[in-house]
Design a binder for this molecule. Structure first.
Ligand SMILES: [Zn+2]
Length: 498
């Protein structure tokens, strides 16, 4: 494929998607030539048909770069180059921020929509990769759980791993969420971000930025991060920031991971939230009304993780009550349930918070968490038991607490072997090793039902779903059989004179 035709195709794609302004055409053209070390542009015959599919255009460009020894044929190097290419047609951050805020003044949803589509069009959100992710539902007693196997995070190839060994460590940007990521060229051990854009926001008088997750675990998966690189802090201010966000953008939920290790998210060193335009299973969990005080209603959710839901039409009052619940939880201990709020290792009680605004009512889900460790459960007493690690070992953060499992891509290949095993097919030595950590689980599945070629896929899917439901149950501080104690804890927060 002729490189000039590819360049022209990309420029026309940009114009067509309205990310590239016609007055920036030659500016972008020369930037693209530089990506391929070209010093001149040959006009393409108008009769020559252009490519319109972005993946085809980028594939053509990457192949050109590999053939001309501009890059090695490795996933990391290809990602670095195609991001640099897309950066050439991505508008300057200030242009996007201005347009976003102009739209948001009259219609916040339209502003989000504009920004989300832009992030897809400039391939920051790699839609074609995300399409490969596996999604299905698992029926569970407290509501249907969403199971997803994430295939869009690229796996490193052996070439890359070799190169990474000799890569020097650099401390810039400080983390994946820092504002310094914008337009960063990347390196072998850090992604390129020439097509990353974010929008400045003010939440509760503090400066934040809104961006999207490149992996899009659910619809319009957004990330809001503080301007400053500072540790996650879940306190009254954080809850106020979440409430301010949903007040400004009521079509999105916004939540914060707990601020302690084990029960927190994967990034604890940069204050941030996650949200988006999605209804995750927990939102639909059955509510049990407990009482109302200060115009705020308290509910217990029928959910494997212990969740207190607050509702009120007053942003200030719900903030007061949430902060009060948080304080009460920090002081709560119940040694018979292994809920110990504090010991020589520090504080253990924490909260995962999710905020929503529906029909002018504010809603806060306060998920009670505890990160204590014991000799038997060194990774966390309220953490998945080791017998479930073959499916999920990572922290159970905000998204999973809400009932959406994000499972590792390795499961796809491993389940092909499990499938053969369940059907009684002969396994090679290599395959036996590959499924060894699933062996007990798979044997159990086999004992529970008759497995046929017709039902085997369903048996595996449901088996994974069932493991995820137990993972959530393990994270619950008040188990189902301790429901009375959970309700007693909520009732203990009722103030006498109200
Ligand atoms: Zn940071």
């Amino acid at each position: 494929m002729q490189i000039y035709l590819l360049i022209k195709s990309l420029l026309e794609y940009g114009i067509d998607k309205k990310v590239l302004n016609k007055y920036d055409y030659e500016y972008a053209l020369n930037a693209l030539l530089a990506c391929f070390n070209l010093t001149e542009y040959e006009e393409v015959d108008d009769l020559e048909p252009l490519l319109t599919d972005l993946d085809e255009i980028l594939d053509g460009m990457l192949n050109y770069a590999i053939d001309n020894k501009l890059i090695d044929n490795s996933i990391i190097e290809k990602d670095l180059l195609d991001t640099k290419i897309m950066g050439c047609i991505t508008p300057m951050p200030s242009i996007i921020a201005q347009k976003f805020h102009t739209l948001a003044k009259s219609n916040p949803e339209k502003a989000l929509n504009y920004f989300y589509n832009l992030c897809k069009d400039v391939n920051y959100i790699r839609t074609s990769r995300i399409k490969k992710d596996i999604h299905y539902k698992y029926p569970y007693e407290a509501g249907t759980l969403d199971i997803s196997i994430n295939l869009s995070k690229p796996e490193k190839d052996p070439n890359d791993i070799q190169k990474l060994l000799s890569t020097q460590s650099v401390n810039y940007p400080k983390c994946m969420l820092c504002k310094e990521n914008v337009n960063y060229a990347g390196r072998l051990n850090f992604p390129a971000r020439q097509n990353l854009r974010y929008i400045p926001l003010v939440l509760n008088n503090n400066e934040f930025y809104l961006q999207y997750s490149p992996y899009s675990y659910y619809n319009e998966h957004a990330i809001v991060f503080s301007k400053e690189h500072k540790p996650m802090l879940v306190d009254r201010n954080a809850i106020a920031e979440l409430l301010d966000f949903v007040n400004q953008f009521p079509t999105y939920f916004m939540g914060s991971n707990a601020g302690l290790p084990i029960v927190g998210g994967s990034i604890l060193n940069h204050h941030h939230f996650q949200g988006g335009k999605a209804i995750l299973p927990m939102e639909n969990a059955k509510e049990e009304f407990i009482f109302k005080q200060n115009d705020v209603s308290y509910y217990a959710l029928n959910w494997p993780v212990s969740v207190i839901r607050l509702k009120s039409d007053s942003k200030d009052k719900i903030l007061d009550e949430a902060s009060y619940v948080f304080d009460c939880w920090k002081q709560y201990s119940n040694p018979s349930l292994m809920i110990i709020n504090h010991d020589e290792n520090g504080n253990h009680n924490a909260i995962t918070v999710i905020a929503r605004k529906k029909d002018n009512m504010f809603e806060l889900d306060l998920c009670l968490r505890n990160n204590i460790t014991t000799e038997d459960r060194p990774l966390g007493y309220f953490h998945p038991r080791s017998e479930y690690f073959h499916i999920k070992k990572e922290n159970i953060g905000l998204i999973e607490v809400m009932g959406l499992a994000i499972l590792p891509s390795r499961l796809v290949e491993e389940m092909k072997v499990v499938r053969k095993y369940l059907l009684g097919e002969l396994l090679s030595d290599h395959e036996i090793t590959a499924m060894s950590h699933h062996f007990d689980w798979a044997t159990d599945l086999k004992l529970k039902q008759e497995i046929t070629p017709d039902n085997v896929d369903k048996v595996i899917a449901n088996g994974i779903g069932e493991v995820f439901s137990h993972v959530l149950e393990d994270c619950g501080v008040f188990k189902k059989e301790n429901h009375t104690q959970f309700i007693d804890f909520i009732k203990s927060m009722k103030k006498e004179n109200d």
